[in-house]
Design a protein around this ligand. Structure first.
Ligand code: TEU
Length: 529
């Protein structure tokens, strides 16, 4: 029996809800907006949407500061709007994955308000409170991911509380069993409403060193890097106790049929794969961000793919991510031509691909004028390129004002070229990056070797990456030219005769080749004889 598990076979599409589609003219996307674009997603061919947080929130970190784990922010709509989004998505065979933010809540969450009331409040231990250091300063040297100390002093009770991110995002104490129970009930609340799974925010942060030891300095740090990198996160993250918590969380997911648990994890490969859990009882998919972090160099990417394949536990299903709301867009990192090669890579590697909305339009870096900055990280550590607004700008749908995103004023600017770079225009252009994505998705869906087949590196030079996928004797060769000049497989590495199924240039179907020449920035999918 072939394994038909949807999250192994399918493609995930991330929606940043503030920026997908506005339906009420406030300049911010919402649930009704997403619902109105489901037909587009079905046309594109993806299988699941992951929606960044839509819960009530003061929006200090744009929803990653949750004030109620079981509600919908009125800006995004109502619970009815949510239910009908799920219903209509399911009617189109689209799964819905929510973002779960368990590591920290908003400082406006009733739990934290209660926790800070007094040292002996029953909720005190739900968060992480420590006495000042002997000199009155913070309890240790831990830094916030957005710069500055990770501890804030509370005058009224004379203690510091810990926040790995903003001071408006106090970390919950997952060593407290009541916290776990309350959070697991929140998961059940959404599972009962029919959601198909969760992407869990910073899951590798859930437990800290019980002794709160100082982190060691990072010898590789220089002043061009974010302040968080000054120290190695040895004691503040990736604590071994996290795996027990993740297994418990998975247990909740397994109370329901056919749901998925995805973990957001920025760790080296050997540590990342631990999050599959003992006997695969952890996350189904620990997000693999290698393609986001790697230098755009075929040799490095091949080495990472091989290392990743080798590191996977028996039965662990791989996955690949090309972009998200925290990292510069792929087209901004590697340029428009290479972004097409990257699309082919994402959709032909072995494992579940996660796409980021707008990448299918080839959206690049959108310049954000100083007065339009929204991201709190940019405000804390300005002018150094850490801000995340450039990759969170509105989706561009058509040629109308504001590209059909909103009738009001968009919360972030659109890219300058939105009159030509939009879904309608690119749909009409048969060789557009949008049509490339659609063809790649269609090809992956129709080709078992790409969907489920084995992976084998064929060759990698600085600029040429070649790998083979195989299933039931059907062999697919993927050739990717990461350079600016013509490429072909080096002597001795020729792979034999075959038929081109797809070129990134979308102009070479059905050609029979034995040693194809790739044009600059061209990728080919070849079915071998
Ligand atoms: O991101 C975690 C985060 O900040 C990552 O960028 C990570 O710390 C860093 O890249 C390590 O190299 C999640 C959300 O995706 C982000 O939007 C939130 O701001 C953050 O958590 C806090 O919830």
């Amino acid at each position: 029996m072939p394994d038909t598990t949807w999250w192994k076979r399918g493609i995930v599409y991330q929606i940043y809800p503030r920026s997908f589609q506005d339906s009420d003219g406030d300049g911010i996307g919402d649930l009704a907006g997403i619902r109105s674009r489901l037909d587009y997603l079905a046309w594109l061919g993806v299988d699941a949407i992951w929606i960044s947080p839509i819960y009530p929130s003061p929006m200090a970190d744009f929803g990653y500061d949750v004030a109620d784990y079981c509600g919908i922010h009125p800006m995004f709509g109502s619970m009815e709007a949510f239910d009908s989004l799920v219903r209509e998505a399911h009617a189109r065979r689209l799964r819905v994955i929510l973002d779960f933010v368990p590591n920290h809540s908003s400082d406006q969450h009733p739990w934290f308000r209660e926790s800070r009331r007094s040292r002996d409040d029953p909720r005190r231990d739900w968060y992480i409170w420590r006495d000042p250091a002997p000199d009155g300063g913070p309890p240790n040297n831990w830094i916030s991911n957005f710069g500055g100390p990770a501890w804030s002093y509370d005058e009224a009770t004379g203690q510091y509380y810990y926040h790995a991110f903003l001071k408006e995002q106090p970390d919950l104490n997952w060593r407290n069993l009541e916290v776990r129970a309350a959070m697991f009930d929140a998961l059940r609340f959404w599972l009962n409403r029919g959601v198909d799974g969760f992407r869990v925010d910073v899951i590798w942060h859930l437990a800290k060193d019980p002794d709160f030891r100082d982190n060691p300095p990072n010898p590789g740090w220089d002043s061009g890097q974010p302040e968080i990198n000054r120290f190695l996160q040895r004691y503040s993250a990736d604590h071994p106790d996290i795996l027990d918590i993740v297994e418990e969380m998975r247990g909740v997911i397994d109370e329901y049929e056919d749901r998925v648990l995805i973990g957001e994890i920025y760790l080296p490969i050997d540590r990342l794969v631990a999050y599959y859990g003992r006997d695969l009882k952890g996350t189904h998919l620990p997000f693999n961000f290698q393609l986001i972090q790697a230098a755009w160099n075929a040799r490095d990417i091949a080495a990472l793919a091989d290392e990743y394949e080798r590191a996977l536990p028996e039965g662990g299903w791989p996955n690949w991510v090309l972009g998200n709301h925290d990292k510069p867009r792929i087209a901004a990192r590697v340029g428009e031509a290479q972004a097409r090669v990257a699309a082919m890579m994402l959709l032909t590697l072995r494992g579940t691909p996660t796409m980021y909305y707008g990448d299918e339009l080839g959206l690049g870096r959108v310049e954000i004028p100083a007065e339009a900055v929204q991201d709190p990280w940019e405000r804390n550590e300005p002018g150094q390129g850490f801000g995340r607004d450039p990759q969170r700008t509105p989706m561009q749908w058509d040629e109308t004002p504001n590209a059909g995103f909103t009738d009001g004023t968009p919360w972030l600017p659109l890219s300058q070229d939105h009159e030509t770079r939009n879904v309608e225009a690119l749909r009409r252009d048969p060789v557009s990056v949008l049509n490339l994505y659609r063809r790649l998705i269609e090809l992956r869906r129709a080709t078992p070797a790409l969907r489920v087949g084995s992976f084998r590196s064929v060759c990698a030079t600085e600029t040429l990456l070649a790998y083979e996928r195989e299933s039931d004797g059907r062999r697919i060769l993927v050739l990717l030219n990461l350079g600016r000049s013509e490429e072909r497989l080096p002597p001795g590495a020729e792979a034999g005769r075959g038929r081109i199924l797809l070129s990134t240039h979308l102009d070479r179907g059905d050609e029979v080749v034995s040693d194809p020449v790739l044009r600059a920035g061209e990728g080919l999918v070849v079915e071998l004889d």
